[in-house]
Design a protein. Structure first.
Length: 245
């Protein structure tokens, strides 16, 4: 069994607000010594500058468990690599396979540089297909990226979701060991299905998107930041608990 936390969309800028909210989340997670990992599903920096990544790195360094990071549309690959991964980045997609407690996390880069919407590029899909086929299918796997590949029925979000998702669905077909898909970007804790498996959207740290029935097209800045606690059982079923601070 693996329990890991999931936070998203910190949007660290050089102001106090975003950093304070992210600090509250990280401070809460730092009190959980038995966490297996913390996954951060993108938009970690707001403008993708080196200075913002320094703030984010110092903040995430308070966690004593492995921290898995992937880029969102507000991140900048060339700064994300040196800032958060300790390595240079050429500007190509940042795709990573990280194994934690016997579970493979396939972290995909869904960013189209300069755009809010997302897409898994051909080279990312090739990477994912190869990574899935070369790993031991007896181990559970989780696929994560920034942009949800499904409609969430919030129109302004649905316009900037991940498109081309039929290619991902086809790729996942022969891999039932992929227990779930995990993403961010939407700034709202949400759950749906994709390609016959669970798709979990993490709550936003910096703000919360309201559903049309609440107030169409608005980001609520007052809702407290939240996190998800994912528990992957020995039966490879993912259970998610959502928390708001
Ligand atoms: Fe975001
Ligand atoms: Fe985003």
């Amino acid at each position: 069994m693996l329990t890991f936390a999931h936070i998203s969309d910190l949007h660290i800028d050089l102001g106090d607000r975003a950093t304070a909210r992210a600090g509250r989340l990280v401070g809460r997670l730092a009190l959980m010594p038995d966490l297996g990992a913390v996954l951060v599903t993108g938009d970690i920096a707001d403008h993708g500058t080196a200075e913002e990544y320094t703030v984010a790195r110092d903040l995430l360094a308070r966690l004593e468990v492995p921290v898995l990071v992937l880029p969102g549309n507000h991140d900048v690959r060339e700064q994300f690599g040196p800032g958060l991964l300790g390595r240079e980045s050429s500007g190509a997609e940042i795709n990573q396979l990280v194994t934690i407690g016997g579970t493979d996390f396939l972290l995909c880069d869904s960013v189209i540089p300069g755009q809010s919407a997302g897409l898994l590029s051909e080279s990312t899909l090739t990477w994912l297909k190869t990574a899935l086929s070369e790993r031991d299918p007896a181990r559970p796997a989780l696929v994560a990226f920034h942009h949800p590949p499904a409609m969430l029925h919030v129109p302004f979000l649905d316009r900037i979701r991940q498109t081309g998702e039929e290619r991902l669905a086809e790729l996942l077909g022969p891999h039932p060991e992929v227990a779930a898909l995990i993403c961010g970007h939407a700034h709202t804790a949400a759950v749906t299905t994709f390609a016959g498996r669970l798709l979990v959207v993490g709550p936003g740290c910096v703000s919360t998107t309201l559903a049309p029935v609440e107030a169409a097209g608005l980001l609520d800045l007052e809702v407290n930041p939240g996190y998800a606690l994912h528990i992957l059982g020995d039966d490879a079923r993912l259970v998610t608990h959502f928390r708001t601070l």
